[in-house]
Design a binder for this molecule. Sequence first.
Ligand code: FMN
Length: 381
Amino acid sequence: MQRRTLLKVIGGSLVAIAGAGTAFLSTRDPAAARAPWAAAATEADPRLFVLRHAILAPNPHNRQPWVIALEANGQASVYCDLDRRLPETDPFDRQILIGFGCFLEMAAIAAAEKGIRLGIEAFPEGEPGERLDARPVARLTFTAEAAMPKNPLFGQIRHRRSVKEAFDASKPVPRETITALSSAATPIAVSGSVEPVLLGDLRKLTWDAWAAEAENTATWMESVNLMRIGRAEIEANPDGIDLGGPLFDTLKLAGLLDRAQLADRSTQAYKGGEESYREIMATSMGFLWWTSTGNSRREQLEAGRSFVRSHLQATALGIGFHPVSQCLQEFADMKPHFDRVHALLGVDSPGRIQMLARLGHATVPVPPAPRWPLETKLKAA
Ligand SMILES: Cc1cc2nc3c(=O)[nH]c(=O)nc-3n(C[C@H](O)[C@H](O)[C@H](O)COP(=O)(O)O)c2cc1C
């Protein structure tokens, strides 16, 4: 949800409650929830250094579904916390697995920084079927290697943000940026466009798909139940959809924003959020998409690896980057939008678009998203 528009929609009430006090307003940042971003930089143990960077990976609804077992032989196994999946919007755990791909790629980049070659064995005890299961997603091996080249993307890991905001509509994304971020590599091709007609079609399509998800009670409630409103809720549960900062805290204090209101489409709280997303989708200044030739579990993992490399490259180029996944989701109401995006971008079955991101220039600084500390994600091997 975007702060400025919400202010416009519920503006009258906000003036009335501005007396909340500057001491209250200036202490609303959920700083404790952002601590893992700083902790990554100062970790001395190489294996923990790698993992502290990996948990900063983008992942759907910020569920952070990883559980890591540190093994006595120096290896680590990565599992999915099955309670942290998104069964309504991600019925086959496809997006969750893409998030694991992001985690593994960021782990490999951080390992190289420490002169370590990270061995990644995907699904060491076999591939999951229609849903993920209790078997590991990956087994990691850490091997010191004197000539291991560093990855220039490492420096972007702690600066990467999902920019869930309207972009500056007066600033186009240069064509050269799309060229720099595109790749015909297999198994995941990265394509993009700033071509005006396609941009217009994709802006409309991403908005229609956002509305389809919001108008379906089951998928919308999955999001509502994961909203953390205000500093106290975010610090207590540093995951999900964080609505933090002085504005959201004030609206909450004034009784103008809570989960029950967000669940009810007739409220100003819901309409404010809807309005802000309409503006977000209307200000997409470019798009990138990631295509696989099939939809195997390994391709989904690879899609995550490719996706986060692009995200880090865009960060280096100063381009705001925001995944918009609604039209790629597999529930029945989304089918027309799913078919449309594949037709529009010329991807025929069994080819599959795994990710779609909007690009532009951010107009506000975006703080790091909340994270659970690594310690809460470790389990005994
Ligand atoms: C597979 C996948 C799908 C995502 N889909 C969306 C989306 O549809 N809309 C959105 O705002 N963010 C989406 N995100 C971004 C996450 O919400 C974001 O990574 C998470 O909130 C953590 O924030 P950060 O990326 O700034 O660290 C997606 C991320 C991944 C990996």
